[in-house]
Design a binder for this molecule. Structure first.
Ligand code: FES
Ligand SMILES: [Fe+2]
Length: 444
């Protein structure tokens, strides 16, 4: 008779990077999810916004760090502050809007008001409080640490966490391809698209961190529709790789154009054809070839993007069986307007909720998650063994590198980082799985 597998207390027992499997219960169980909120999300650096989304004093957006709602706003000192979107009086949201511009936030319930730095400014009918009832300076909103990498604003509630540069580590070598491939950097086009998928948040991330394998099967017809009946390029193992560090990953070929071509906008390909020699001067030959290739990438725990296709997204957890996907289109700031618009059209046709490729993926992740409703089903393991013996050292590519983008290496590393953080009581408990090459140095 089948019996229930005991729940391990060591989270490394939910994954096995040598045998290549993952325990399905991490995609389903509420108790595990609650620990993720504490051990992963309350300690990680979260993408909050790009500088271009908050250009002026008073500009704000609301988002989530795990399930903690936060407001990010640009204060009159020019800095961005990130603080809890929950009033310290009785807990209501202080801001219900997605984004906007304001001088202050006024809570609906009893009229406490807060600055764009999160301080408690005033209280409606303040005379009802006797002297000594409240010290306003200690009842502001809880602020997170805020750091910025080349325009990407990140926040973290954990004051013991390493700084953002150490958190990203050598992943900056990859990130620079996305955000610093041309003078002027990038900007986020206006508009955030939200959608909900009945799937565990990790399925979205692991797909982008390493799953090239599904593309030419699952997206075959969508890709042909976008590329004038051309399929994805064939799987080439010699000239493609998985690379990861600190749970972040990028899988890629070196064809230079497949992810750009998927947009179905020939003028964007032409633009990059002209830019590539300059990109090679800026980032080196290798990175100019990686950019735009058949590739996908993610920053631990829940940020993903495609360099060349212009989609940028976060997978916000909404319980163990639901995620909120927020997407934006990113473009290079100095691109001509018509190229920016062509990229936006392309991302909306492919990687938006009504896009040809997004719909394929979401349906699969819902299936991956909801089958675990079955008691017997979720006692089974999932296979993550592809390419397990293809680890290599590469002179130029930093990180834990595997040969061949048809591989589960980045996914294994993602779940290893997941287990490392789930087990750790403090930051010293988290093992270094890779020695970075670029500590303290710029990667460009
Ligand atoms: S809950 Fe915000 S003022 Fe009372
Ligand atoms: Fe996909």
């Amino acid at each position: 008779m089948r019996t229930r597998n005991p729940y391990p207390t060591d989270f490394h027992d939910y994954i096995n990077t040598e045998e290549g499997w993952v325990d399905r219960r991490i995609f389903w169980e509420e108790e595990i999810y609650q620990q993720e909120l504490e051990k992963i999300f309350a300690r990680s650096w979260h993408f909050i916004a790009h500088d271009s989304q908050l250009p002026n004093h008073g500009d704000f957006i609301t988002t989530y760090m795990g399930e903690d709602g936060v407001v990010a706003s640009r204060h009159s000192d020019g800095l961005v502050y990130v603080y809890l979107n929950s009033c310290p009086h009785r807990g209501n949201k202080i801001c219900f809007a997605d984004e906007g511009n304001t001088r202050s936030f006024n809570c609906n319930y009893h009229g406490w008001s807060f600055s764009t730095q999160g301080e408690l400014l005033g209280i409606h009918n303040e005379q009802t409080y006797d002297k000594g009832d409240i010290d306003k300076s200690s009842w502001g909103l809880r602020n997170a640490r805020v750091e910025n990498y080349k325009g990407l604003i990140f926040a973290n509630f954990d004051h013991d966490a390493p700084d953002l540069e150490s958190w990203l580590g050598d992943y900056r070598w990859f990130l620079d391809m996305l955000i610093d491939n041309e003078e002027g950097g990038i900007e986020f086009l206006p508009g955030t698209i939200k959608s909900y998928v009945n799937a565990n948040w990790k399925f979205g991330v692991e797909n982008f961190i390493g799953d090239a394998l599904h593309a030419m099967w699952n997206h075959d017809s969508g890709a042909k529709a976008m590329m004038n009946n051309q399929p994805f390029p064939p799987a080439v193992l010699e000239d493609s790789f998985h690379a990861s560090m600190n749970g972040h990953g990028w899988e890629f070929a070196l064809d230079g154009y497949a992810d750009i071509a998927i947009l179905g906008q020939p003028e964007v390909i032409e633009y990059y054809q002209q830019l590539k020699p300059k990109m090679a001067e800026r980032l080196g030959e290798l990175r100019s070839k990686i950019f735009g290739s058949l590739a996908s990438a993610a920053v631990f725990p829940n940020i993903s993007f495609l360099a060349g296709s212009g989609t940028f997204r976060v997978w916000l957890p909404r319980g163990p069986r639901k995620l909120e996907l927020r997407i934006w289109t990113i473009v290079n700031k100095h691109m001509p307007d018509e190229i920016k618009q062509a990229i936006n059209r392309g991302t909306m046709l492919t990687f938006a909720p009504g896009g040809t490729l997004e719909m394929d993926d979401g349906e699969n992740w819902e299936g991956n998650t909801t089958t675990n409703r079955g008691f017997i089903t979720r006692q089974e393991k999932l296979h993550y063994g592809c390419g397990i013996s293809r680890r290599i050292e590469h002179e130029e590519i930093p990180g834990i590198v595997y040969q061949g983008q048809y591989n589960d290496a980045n996914q294994r590393a993602f779940y290893q980082r997941w287990a490392d953080m789930m087990n750790a009581e403090n930051w010293n408990d988290i093992p270094e799985r890779y020695t970075p090459r670029y500590t303290g140095k710029p990667t460009r």
